[in-house]
Structure formats: C-alpha cells, structure tokens
Design a protein around this ligand. Structure first.
Ligand code: DQA
Length: 151
C-alpha cells in the first residue's frame, strides 16, 4: 500500500516559522514520523513538498498515473484558494485526507474555508504534528476499505 503525503506552500519552513502556531517540529521530522507509523501500519509513505503550484499539480497527476492508494495533503495557504490543486485532486480515484497543524477554524476568517472540502474525505486540524499521524491512520483505513471493496 502506498500513501503519498503532499506538503504545500511554505511548509518547508516548519521549525522556523511562527512557532506559536506550528511549534518547532521540522518537515523532515514530520516525514520521519509518518514513515515510521506507515511501517507499523503496513504502508509505504512517500512525501513531496513544493512552493510551486504547477509542480504540485504535476505531482498529483503523477500520483494518478502511479495509482497511489491514498493522498494525505497539507496544502498550506493553497487550501484556502487554489482551485487548480482542487481540480487536480478531484482527478484522483483514491481517498484524499486533508490535514493542518493548526486549528484553522480558530484563526483568521480566510482560513476557515477549504476549497478541498468537497473532494477530501475529511479534514484533521489543530493537533500539531499529530494531525499528520491521525491523517495517516485515516488514509490507511480508507485505502484498506477501498481495497476490500475491490475484492
Ligand atoms: C496550515 C494552515 C494554513 O492556513 C496556513 O496557510 C499554513 C499551514 C497548517 O498546517 O496549519 O501554511 O495548513
């Protein structure tokens, strides 16, 4: 089982950026935690980060071609306005799980809207790096259910 984790704009700066919201954990540490949990759950976890919207769309197209089993995405600020990434995610047949480190609903009004809501299976936010781990558990569970349905 392969789960693709997508990290969007500015998320490479976790560890240096706004510690009151995001703590001091780095993206590398988040990815290492995801790989370790993935191993425990029997899933290979690959991570991709970009600050370039086109590159992110192309990685999503590639995920479609590869037939990944689920996508875990924290698109950063793109979450709130990128119809391009939303449309790319909508091409995927596999489950998409949206995660955020901070509780976006307790922050500025523009963060309350996710343009992915209509295509993501669910959103997990507000638990720091644990949002990713909870999201991975959800993604693996959804992918297992989808595989079961194929049999
Ligand atoms: C974020 C929340 C977004 O609103 C923000 O633009 C980010 C990070 C989070 O993980 O809490 O870059 O996605």
């Amino acid at each position: 089982m392969k789960i693709l984790t997508l990290h969007g704009i500015n998320l490479n700066m976790f560890g240096k950026r706004d510690p009151a919201q995001y703590g001091t954990v780095t993206l590398d540490e988040i990815d290492a935690g995801l790989r370790q949990l993935g191993q425990e759950l029997g899933a290979e976890v690959e991570a991709f980060q970009s600050n370039c919207e086109g590159a992110m769309c192309e990685r999503i197209h590639q995920a479609h071609a590869e037939g990944v089993d689920a996508v875990l995405i924290n698109a950063g600020a793109w979450t709130h306005y990128s119809y391009g990434i939303r449309d790319a995610l909508a091409i995927l047949a596999c489950p998409v799980v949206e995660v955020h480190m901070s509780n976006v609903h307790a922050r500025e009004a523009f963060r309350h809207v996710s343009v992915f809501s209509g295509i993501a299976r669910g959103q997990i936010c507000g638990f720091g790096a644990d949002s990713y781990l909870l999201g991975l558990r959800a993604a693996v569970s959804l992918a297992c259910a989808a595989q079961g349905n194929k049999k």
